[in-house]
Design a protein around this ligand. Structure first.
Ligand code: ARG
Length: 258
């Protein structure tokens, strides 16, 4: 009897029994819990004590549909490949400027794409590095964020990049001269270079057209939540909200934006 009660309590407080509007299951009552990896401006970062950004605003639209509030949890980046935090019920979804890849698809399900991205080689001006070929020729030091598509790309090209835990660590690796250049998502570079301190010290050496697309991930088989995410993204594109958010956080919307 007592055990039965405990189980019932355990269930309603976080074992998947909670539901949001439309019967969509959520891990915590009244919340849509997002796992991310901070900071990743302009997609998710802290500003005046709040976590804001393009992804945050996009997932707010999903939360609104489900009549719940978004709650954001900062988690290690490797989680995004394994989906561990989704399987354990720590989060409902992951939104982290994360590229949809075949490898990640083995462990998680992805929404429709919501952002087109490429990679860039960001180099310190004083290194004189303009391309990956320069790195190879001059035996310069290359870096990337651990577990990202930028790191995979560098490895595929035969480099052994220094792995940094976060985008902040990537930036300080460049600042301190630990590395001469990094391969990282171009939208992030664009954001960084708006800051004079960064544009005085760093420059884009090479654009790398990897043709990546970002997606939101959910636990495998969570079709109800996936449908709500896809619905919110499609609606935002159709009613102009997507463009508004893009202009707010990224810049002018390219004609081909997905
Ligand atoms: N788009 C890249 C990837 O999926 C980098 C994402 C990094 N995101 C983050 N929140 N730190 O691997």
């Amino acid at each position: 009897m007592a055990l039965g009660l405990l189980l019932a309590v355990g269930c309603s407080s976080g074992e998947g029994a909670a539901e949001a509007a439309g019967g969509v299951p959520v891990v915590e009552k009244g919340r849509l819990t997002t796992c991310t990896h901070l900071p990743y401006p302009p997609f998710q970062f802290e500003r005046d004590g709040a976590i804001v950004g393009f992804d945050v605003s996009l997932i707010d639209l999903v939360a609104k549909r489900l009549k719940v509030e978004q709650k954001i949890v900062d988690t290690p980046f490797e989680n995004f490949k394994t989906g561990a935090f989704l399987n354990s019920g720590e989060c409902d979804l992951a939104a982290a400027g994360m590229t949809i890849t075949a490898d990640r698809k083995k462990n998680v399900d992805f929404s429709v794409p919501y952002f087109d991205a490429t990679q860039a080689l960001l180099a310190t001006r004083k290194s004189g590095v303009g391309s990956l070929a320069d790195i190879r020729a001059g035996k310069r030091k290359l870096g990337a964020q651990a577990g990202t598509t930028g790191e995979s790309y560098a490895k595929e090209q035969g480099f052994d990049p220094v792995a940094f835990e976060s985008s902040d660590a990537v930036l300080s690796g460049l600042r301190t001269g630990q590395v001469d250049a990094v391969v990282i998502d171009y939208p992030v570079v664009r954001g960084w270079l708006k800051d004079k301190r960064n544009s005085a010290a760093f420059t884009v050496g090479q654009h790398i057209e990897t043709g990546e697309q970002y997606g939101v991930s959910v636990k495998k088989g969570n079709e109800e939540l996936l449908a709500a995410i896809d619905g919110a993204i499609k609606e935002a594109r159709a009613d102009g909200t997507y463009q508004k958010l893009y202009e707010e956080w990224i810049g002018p919307l390219p004609q081909s934006a997905p």
